[in-house]
Design a binder for this molecule. Structure first.
Ligand code: ADP
Ligand code: ZN
Length: 663
C-alpha cells in the first residue's frame, strides 16, 4: 500500500477543487486532517485547512509543491465539522474552501488562536424553574419520549404556550449528564429576550455569539465548545457550525424564520444544517414554532419528524379575538381608518399598549405622479424608490441608491402624489390622531445602532411607549405583558404576493404579530384592515387554524409541484447586457433537455422579478425535482457543462438550493 502523503488543502477560491501539496520534510509538526496550514499559492502564501490526506494526486509529482508550515499542533477542525463542511459544499454546490470561510471564525482564519474560556461545571440552574402548566407537563413528557430515539421533533406550540420553558428543561437534562447544548435563534440583536431568559436560568454557562460578538470571543467560544469547555452556546445562523465534543441537544427556536437562510455567498439554511449536524453528532434536535415552516410540517406529514403540540397558553388567556375592517367601506388616511382609531382609543383608555403592524419601512413604498403616472424608480434596480420623508430622500431598498425627492414630477412637472404606505407615514398619521401619547416606531431605520435598538426595546417592553409601530422585526417572539391589541394595517399586501410562498409568509407574520396581544390576563384583540374581507385564506388564519391552512395550501403546492413537495434550486445569472444573460440561460435550458432521464424540470429562463439590480440585468431558471438526489445530480451536470464549455464569459451566476427569495 502507498503511504498517504498528499495533503488535500482547502483554500477559499472561486474554484471548486481542493489543492494538493506534498509533505515538507523539514516540518516539525506531523500533518493531520483539520490543521491550519500555510502553502505556496501562485507566488503568494495562503492559509488553508488540511481537508484530507490521500495517497495519490492528479498533479504530476514534479509539479507538486511542498507545504510551507503547519500552524496547529492539533487539528482545530474536527472530523464531524469537516463532514458538515463537506456536506454543505456538496448540497449547496459551493467551493469547499469557501465553505471553510463561512464555517470557521475569521479570527482563526487570520492565523490567530484565542485564549481558553474557563470551564464551568453545571451546578444546577441559577434561578428557580417555573412550575409547569398541565399542558407544558404533557408536552415535555411527550417530547422526552420522542427525543429518546434522536429523531427530529417539531414542537408546535401556539404563541404564549411557554415553549422556552420546555426547551430549558430539555437542555437542563443534557447539562446534568455532562453534555453540551446549542440553542439557535433567528436574530439576537432584535430579540435579546430569549438570550436573557436563558442567561437568567443557566447563568454564566451561557455563551452567546451573534453579529455583534467580537471575532476573538467568537473564536474563543468555537475552541472552547470543541474542547467541551463551553457547555451552552446560544447563537444566530452561523453558530450552527460550532464544533462540540459531546453535543446532547440542538434547539432551533422559531424554526420557520427566514433569517435562518443566508442570502449571499454560501446560501445555507441553519435549520436544515442543524438536522444534518444532529444526525452526525448523534444529538437530539428540537424545532420549535407557533407557525412551523411548510417544510417541517411536510416532514411530519410524511412521518419523517415527530411532533408535539401545545394548544393552550400559559396564562390560559384564549387567543385574541379578530376583527376585520373592510377598506371598501372605510376611507384611509395615512394608513388609518375611523374604526381603527376608535379601537386604539379604547385600549389606550384602559391604559393598555397597542402594536400597529406594517411590514414596509419608509414613508411611501412608491411615489407616483397623479397626472402622468410616472413612478420614481431606481435607475439601477428597476424597483420603485421608497420615500423617507424626514430626510426627504427617495431610497432604493435593494442598493444604496438615493436621491432627494424632486419637488415636482420629474417627468411632467406637476405635483408628485404619494401612494402606498410605509411605517413612517403611519407614524405621522398616529401622531396626528394621538398627539399626547408616547409613540415608538421600531424598524430597521430606527434601530440601526445597537444603542438605539436597546433603548427602543426597553421602552417597548416596559410599556412606557403606548403605541408601537413596527415591521415584522417587532413581532418576532416578543413578550409584551401589557399589550392588548394588534392592528394589521394592510392584509392585502400579504394576501397577493408574487411567489408561491407568499401566503405561508403572510400567515406566519399574521399569527406571530397577533400572538403578541393579550398574553396575560385579558383576552387580546386583533384588528385587520383589508379590501378582501372574504378571502378564504384570511378566514382560516383569522380562526387561528394554521394547521388547516397548511393542509389546504399543501394540496396546492403538490398540484403545482412546488416545494416542499418538489426539491428546488434557483440558477440565477446577472450581466450588464441582457442578451448575454439570456444566451447563457438558454444554453443551459437546452442542455437540460439532454438530461431527460433525470426528470428535472427546468422552468425558464425568465427575467427575475427584480429585473435589474445594481445596474445588472438578471434572469433565472428554476429547477424542480421530486427526487432530491436527482436534482443534485442534474445540478452537478449543469455546473460541469458551464465550466467545460466556458459559456459564462461576462456573466455572474449562482445556484441557490432551497431558495426562499426568488426576487
Ligand atoms: P412562546 O415562546 O411559546 O410564545 P414563551 O416561552 O415566551 O412562549 O412564554 C410566554 C410567557 O409565559 C413568558 O413570559 C414566560 O416566562 C411565561 N411562562 C412560561 N411558562 C410558564 C409557567 N409554567 N409558569 C409561569 N409563567 C410561565
Ligand atoms: Zn437600487
Amino acid at each position: 500500500m502507498l503511504k498517504k502523503s498528499i495533503l488535500n488543502v482547502a483554500i477559499p477560491t472561486p474554484v471548486k477543487s481542493l489543492f494538493d501539496y506534498s509533505v515538507n520534510s523539514e516540518s516539525k509538526i506531523k500533518p493531520q486532517i483539520g490543521q491550519r496550514i500555510q502553502v505556496p499559492f501562485g507566488n503568494k502564501k495562503r492559509l488553508g485547512f488540511i481537508h484530507d490526506i490521500s495517497s495519490s494526486s492528479k498533479v504530476s509529482k514534479s509539479k507538486l509543491k511542498p507545504f510551507l508550515e503547519i500552524i496547529d499542533e492539533a487539528p482545530i477542525v474536527d472530523s464531524e465539522t469537516r463532514e458538515l463542511i463537506k456536506w454543505c459544499s456538496n448540497y449547496y454546490h459551493y467551493p469547499i474552501g469557501s465553505v471553510y470561510s463561512t464555517a470557521v471564525p475569521k479570527y482563526l482564519r487570520d492565523l490567530k488562536y484565542p485564549n481558553n474560556i474557563e470551564h464551568k461545571a453545571f451546578m444546577g440552574v441559577a434561578e428557580e424553574r417555573k412550575i409547569l402548566t398541565k399542558a407544558q407537563k404533557k408536552a415535555l413528557k411527550e417530547s422526552e419520549k420522542y427525543l429518546k430515539n434522536n429523531n427530529v421533533l417539531l414542537l408546535n406550540g401556539i404563541t404564549g404556550s411557554g415553549k422556552t420553558e420546555i426547551y430549558m428543561r430539555l437542555i437542563e437534562k443534557e447539562l446534568e449528564l455532562g453534555r453540551q447544548a446549542l440553542f439557535l435563534v433567528p436574530e439576537i440583536g432584535l430579540t435579546p429576550q430569549t438570550a436573557n431568559v436563558l442567561t437568567a436560568r443557566f447563568g454564566d454557562l451561557v455563551n452567546i455569539i451573534h453579529s455583534g460578538t467580537s471575532p476573538k470571543t467568537r473564536a474563543a467560544v468555537w475552541v472552547a465548545a470543541q474542547k467541551g469547555l463551553a457547555q451552552l452556546v446560544v447563537g444566530t445562523r452561523s453558530a450552527v457550525f460550532t464544533p462540540f465534543s459531546s453535543l446532547g441537544i440542538i434547539v432551533v427556536d422559531e424554526e420557520h424564520d427566514q433569517s435562518y437562510k443566508q442570502q449571499n455567498g454560501l446560501m445555507y439554511s441553519a435549520r436544515d444544517l442543524a438536522v444534518v449536524k444532529a444526525k452526525k453528532l448523534n444529538a437530539k434536535l428540537i424545532l420549535g414554532s407557533a407557525t412551523p415552516s411548510f417544510e417541517s410540517f411536510f416532514n411530519v406529514k410524511n412521518k419523517k419528524y415527530n411532533t408535539v403540540e401545545i394548544n393552550k397558553r400559559v396564562f390560559s388567556t384564549p387567543l385574541p379575538e379578530n376583527k376585520i375592517i373592510d377598506l371598501r367601506l372605510h376611507p384611509i388616511t395615512k394608513g388609518l381608518t375611523k374604526p381603527l382609531i376608535k379601537d386604539i382609543t379604547k385600549q389606550l383608555g384602559k391604559n393598555k399598549q397597542v402594536l400597529i403592524y406594517l411590514n414596509r419601512r419608509g414613508y411611501a413604498p412608491l411615489t407616483m405622479c397623479e397626472d402622468c403616472g410616472h413612478i420614481e424608480d431606481c435607475p439601477r434596480c428597476d424597483t420603485s424608490l421608497v420615500l423617507h420623508k424626514k430626510i426627504n430622500l427617495l431610497k432604493c431598498h435593494h442598493c444604496a441608491y438615493q436621491k432627494t425627492q424632486p419637488p415636482l414630477c420629474s417627468e411632467c412637472g406637476c405635483n408628485n402624489v404619494i401612494v402606498g404606505k410605509g411605517t413612517q407615514q403611519l407614524e405621522e398619521g398616529l401622531r396626528d390622531q394621538f398627539p399626547n401619547e408616547e409613540i415608538l416606531r421600531i424598524d430597521r431605520d430606527t434601530t440601526r445602532s445597537q444603542k438605539k435598538r436597546e433603548l427602543a426595546m426597553e421602552l417597548a417592553h416596559s410599556g412606557e411607549a403606548k403605541i408601537l409601530i413596527g415591521t415584522q422585526m417587532l413581532t418576532k417572539g416578543h413578550d409584551f405583558p401589557n399589550l392588548s391589541m394588534v392592528a394589521i394595517i394592510n392584509a392585502d399586501q400579504g394576501l397577493f404576493g408574487s411567489d408561491f410562498r407568499s401566503s405561508e409568509l403572510f400567515a406566519q407574520h399574521y399569527l406571530q404579530a397577533s400572538g403578541r396581544s393579550g398574553r396575560r390576563n385579558e383576552r387580546g384583540l386583533v384588528v385587520v384592515q383589508t379590501h378582501n374581507p372574504n378571502h378564504p385564506l384570511l378566514k382560516k388564519i383569522i380562526n387561528n387554524n394554521y394547521k388547516s391552512f397548511f393542509d389546504d395550501s399543501i394540496k396546492e403546492r403538490i398540484n403545482h409541484l412546488w416545494p416542499p413537495f418538489y426539491g428546488a434550486a434557483l440558477l440565477r445569472a446577472e450581466a450588464t447586457n441582457k442578451t448575454k444573460v439570456f444566451e447563457f440561460l438558454s444554453k443551459i435550458s437546452r442542455f437540460g433537455e439532454t438530461l431527460k432521464n433525470q426528470k428535472t424540470l427546468f422552468l425558464g429562463p425568465v427575467s427575475s422579478p427584480i429585473e435589474r439590480k445594481l445596474g445588472k440585468h438578471r434572469g433565472q431558471i428554476l429547477l424542480l425535482n421530486k427526487n432530491r438526489k436527482k436534482l443534485h445530480s442534474t445540478l452537478n451536470q449543469v455546473i460541469l457543462f458551464i465550466e467545460k464549455n466556458d459559456i459564462n464569459k461576462g456573466v455572474r451566476w449562482i445556484i441557490d438550493v432551497d431558495p426562499i427569495d426568488m426576487s
